[in-house]
Ligand binder design. Structure first.
Ligand code: F0G
Length: 351
């Protein structure tokens, strides 16, 4: 399958001169979630758009293929981003592919191990700071401007343009728009982009209705829900540990235009959804990704409307569970070995 620039070329700001830096991203599966569908009842269908199956295992590859391709179209000294981890992994991989230097500025001690490993392995210059994501973003915006290095955070408009393709793929797979779409919100680029994709298909007449967009922030990092920046955001979902989202306006527009809502989910609710997805649906995503499903379950439990009877709900699962192995095994016992004979094995198996 070709990458998304090739597949959606006529809907993206590229021409034949644009060098395509691609790892064949996109085309991620839209997986039915029967256990969640059963919880909602009344023949509603829940689908998981599993973005963890992109080349660097998160949705960031969609925006990064376009941002780095466009950077290579003009003179590019290198690329830079602030990140809670996934943007840095994607930037590092696409920069490696393009053969340009990559600088990533991260909140020290707050990036999941898999993501840090990716940035390092792809040869990025990794710079942890004693500060949070919001501070890192301020710094990189300033240095990118001063040093003429291309910023590849979602303030770069090509990131949002690339990421809107997730909505195209969902519609292309379902043959129509879903009724409702839940997704996690951190810096708010993805909700902005996903809504833009649905709107574009709507304006082109590909779909006749657009979904209601439900954004889910972690309770300790929910500036949009509270209507003001959070100085010290905290959540176990480190990917969305953000107190002052760059695309705040885009998120509120998406919610308003689609008649959706932004809500906060607690770390407990996020972990419950994370465990449900792994144990009941067989899908292993990272904690921040599970915020979408946590938001769905919270809304269902509160008795609020999600979609009509027989309707379709999509939850974006933004990143792969293997990104954060420490969180995955936290609180679980790794069993000690048994001796290598059949009796011991049988005993341990409980047979
Ligand atoms: N889920 C995951 C796994 C993420 O990595 C992010 C953002 C989000 C959700 C939220 O998306 O920011 O567009 O609202 N991660 C960024 C990063 C901030 O640096 O990797 P958003």
């Amino acid at each position: 399958m070709a990458g998304l620039i090739e597949r959606y070329r006529d809907r993206l700001p590229v021409d034949l001169e644009t060098p395509v830096i691609s790892l064949e991203e996109g085309s991620t599966p839209l997986i039915p979630a029967p256990a969640l569908s059963k919880i909602l009842g009344e023949e509603r269908s829940v689908f998981l758009k599993f973005e963890g199956l992109n080349p660097t295992c998160s949705f960031k590859d969609r925006g990064m293929t376009l941002a780095v391709s466009k950077a290579m179209e003009s003179e590019c000294r290198g690329v830079i981003c602030a990140s809670t981890g996934n943007t840095s992994a994607a930037a590092a991989a696409y920069a490696a592919r393009a053969g340009v230097p990559c600088y990533v500025v991260l909140p020290a001690g707050k990036v999941a191990a898999g993501k840090l490993a990716q940035a390092l392995v792809h040869g990025a210059k990794v710079i942890p700071i004693e500060g949070n994501f919001d501070q890192a973003l301020q710094l990189v915006v300033e240095i990118a401007e001063k040093e003429g290095i291309t910023l590849v955070n979602s303030l770069n408009p090509y990131r949002i343009e690339g990421q809107k393709t997730v909505a195209f793929e969902i519609v292309d797979a379902l043959g129509a728009a879903p009724n409702t779409h839940f997704l996690p919100v951190g810096n708010a680029g993805n909700i902005t982009a996903t809504w833009r994709g649905y709107r574009q298909y709507h304006e082109e007449g590909v779909i006749h209705s657009a979904p209601r967009m439900f954004g889910c922030q972690a309770a300790g990092a929910a500036p949009i829900v509270h209507g003001k920046p959070i100085e010290n955001p905290e959540t176990i979902a480190t990917a969305i540990r953000i107190g002052n989202p760059a695309s705040w306006q885009g998120a509120t527009t998406a919610i308003k235009e689609s008649e959706g809502e932004i809500s906060a989910v607690s770390d407990e609710q996020i972990l419950e959804a994370y465990a449900h997805l792994a144990a009941k649906e067989g899908v292993f995503c990272e904690p921040a990704s599970a915020a979408s499903v946590a938001g769905l379950l919270a809304r269902h439990r509160a008795g609020l409307e999600i979609c009509p009877q027989g309707g379709v709900v999509v939850c974006t699962l933004t990143g792969h569970g293997l990104k954060d192995p420490e969180r995955a095994i936290a609180g679980l016992d790794i069993p000690p070995p048994v001796s290598s004979d059949l009796d011991s094995l049988r005993q341990r198996m409980g047979l």
